[in-house]
Design a binder for this molecule. Sequence first.
Ligand SMILES: [Zn+2]
Length: 209
Amino acid sequence: MISAREGLRRLREGNLRFASDACVRNALTGEERRRELSAGQEPFAIVLGCSDSRVPAEIIFDQGLGDLFVIRVAGNIVAPSQVGSVEFAATRFGTRLVVVLGHTGCGAVQATLEAIRQPTHEASRNMRSIADRIRPSVEGLLAADRGPDPSALMARAVRANIRASAGHLRHGSEILERLIASEELVVVGAEYSLESGVVSFFDGVPEGG
Ligand SMILES: [Zn+2]
């Protein structure tokens, strides 16, 4: 299996190709690759990303079929089924790298900030279950916020939510904790910029990775 470091390198290179409009993805999604993979998969990274239509993991990392095991949910939150999906891929395929991928301007984070500022009963129970998982990491920021700049608060909230999800994956499961302790799994947090197309890995990146 490809190491977490090598996985990170591939993602960084792929994102660089994407952001500079030099994708090679067509070669990785063709008929030959599809046939090759029909017997099994060995994805080199697990990506827990937001459902936002502008942040499809395979495209922004310029990866092909069989490369990424992708879990997408609004606000890249961690609920039991997300933990279970990561556990599944890590134990079944031996994937060594997990990336929690948030993004600038995340609507789920924005909606949570709005709901904290001005509670309404408009959101359904199901939508509230998403906001409730974002709320703990952003509530404190809102309380401490004295600045006039809402976009700065939003930027901090997006990163806090990514850090919280990555932390939750690192500590929310015995299986994942064990894999991390034995250096068989690395969980990193990353933010995609809608504006530049560039992904910044800012949380939990191993030294030299
Ligand atoms: Zn989002």
